[in-house]
Design a protein around this ligand. Structure first.
Ligand code: AMP
Length: 216
């Protein structure tokens, strides 16, 4: 199963991708997580990506596309993958077509998780993340423990710098200008399936599962 999850920042792509990965038994590939990991390890990739993440802008395609190409060529992607946060502009979508052509495999579906701006802004404001394992928390829906330590790995839970209100506005602007055209790109190919991301997370997951199993 080869899936792409599309949708505005904060709509729940990460949450759904983790659960789908467990249910479908294929890896979750998040370019945002890959960049954050590289930044925390201070690798050359992290050093070049940091300023873009901190300001809510897209990391240049020369960097991002090569990273995804390498990741998708790993043996663990042979049975499939769930891409979360890539492609983020039409050039990346075209590059993904080329990468998959080279690997001789098709994309099964693109799941577009949609929600209004006010809803995603509220969700982002409450979002917290584990610095060590990337586990996601939410101040109201899934509050972190009082000691601020991740229940999974005891890592430190924090608020992403780019989840602060000023940067969120920039990310939403970038999403509208650069990523929304990707929705039309896949709609034109007939592989886009839209799910209402304002529903609760369990319902969204079951809808996506039905969609990819051809029941919706
Ligand atoms: P995310 O965790 O998906 O919200 O991504 C966080 C940040 O990582 C984005 O605001 C970008 O700076 C960067 N990023 C993640 N994925 C991509 C991508 N496909 N292309 C360019 N930049 C990306």
């Amino acid at each position: 199963m080869r899936l792409v999850l599309l949708g505005p920042p904060g709509v729940g792509k990460g949450t759904q991708a983790v659960r789908l990965s467990q249910r479908l038994g294929v890896p979750h590939i998040s370019t945002g997580d890959m960049f954050r990991e590289a930044i925390s390890q201070k690798t050359p990739l992290g050093i070049s990506a940091k300023e873009y993440l901190d300001s809510g802008k897209l990391v240049p395609n020369e960097i991002t596309i090569g990273l995804v190409k390498d990741r998708l060529s790993n043996a663990d992607c042979e049975a499939g993958f769930i891409l979360d946060g890539f492609p983020r502009d039409v050039a990346q979508a075209e590059a993904l077509d080329e990468i998959l052509k080279g690997l001789g495999v098709p994309l099964d579906a693109v799941i577009y998780i949609d929600a209004g701006e006010d809803v995603v802004e509220k969700r982002i404001a409450g979002r917290r993340i584990c610095a060590k394992c990337g586990a996601l928390y939410h101040m109201t829906n899934n509050p972190p423990p009082e000691d601020g330590k991740c229940t999974r790995c005891e890592g430190h839970i924090y608020q992403r710098i780019d989840d602060k209100a000023e940067t969120v506005r920039e990310r939403l602007k970038v999403y509208k200008a650069q990523t929304e055209p990707v929705v039309d790109y896949y709609r034109g190919r007939g592989i886009l399936k839209t799910v209402d991301g304002e529903e609760d997370a369990d319902k969204v997951l079951e809808t996506i599962i039905s969609m990819v199993q051809g029941r919706k």
